[in-house]
Ligand binder design. Structure first.
Ligand SMILES: [Zn+2]
Length: 172
């Protein structure tokens, strides 16, 4: 039984997981397909590497990507939270709610819980990059909530250049 504090501590894990399928120079990549790379990825995020974990992460990633893209309902995440329970722990300040996960530490569960924490605390701020050729996601932490690109340096400039190209060439 693993006990960890509920909350948004795993936002980075969630975003990193969503972003393990980048398109590089038009070619889709999968950062979790190769066992050695996947093991290092898991280890770096406090997940005990195993084939079971890798498989769970890959299917959670698929489900979460679909939910964030708006093509699947959050009920499709049911499979990942079946073994999750909340347990109150009394402290001097009040109750701390801890998430209990039946079975080993589960990266998939952590990612799904982080998705839900974001849904509650920052609705709409986790979204796909506006570059349709980009498969990455972003968490918009800007005050006006107007970020559109996974990275201004990459997709932002690329899209700007494309618009500029279209503008200048349309008038020819
Ligand atoms: Zn992008």
């Amino acid at each position: 039984m693993d006990v960890r504090a509920a909350g948004s501590a795993d936002e980075e894990l969630l975003l990193d997981l969503l972003n393990t399928t980048p398109v590089i120079d038009g070619v889709p990549h999968d950062g979790l397909s190769e066992l050695k790379v996947a093991n290092a990825w898991m280890r770096a995020r406090g997940i005990e590497p195993s084939e079971r974990e890798r498989a769970a992460l890959v299917s959670a990633r698929e489900a979460l990507q679909a939910v964030v893209r708006g093509v699947a309902a959050p009920s499709s995440l049911a499979a990942f939270v079946g073994g999750v329970a909340l347990r109150p722990v009394a402290t001097d300040d009040g109750l701390d709610w801890h998430v209990e996960v039946a079975g080993p530490v589960d990266g998939a569960v952590r990612a799904v819980l982080a998705w839900d924490a974001l849904r509650i605390t920052s609705p709409g701020r986790l979204r796909p990059c506006a570059n349709t050729e980009c498969q990455l996601f972003l968490i918009d932490r800007s005050k006006p909530n107007t970020a559109r690109w996974c990275s201004m340096a990459i997709c932002g400039n690329r899209m700007k250049a494309r618009r500029h190209y279209r503008r200048t060439h349309a008038s020819e």
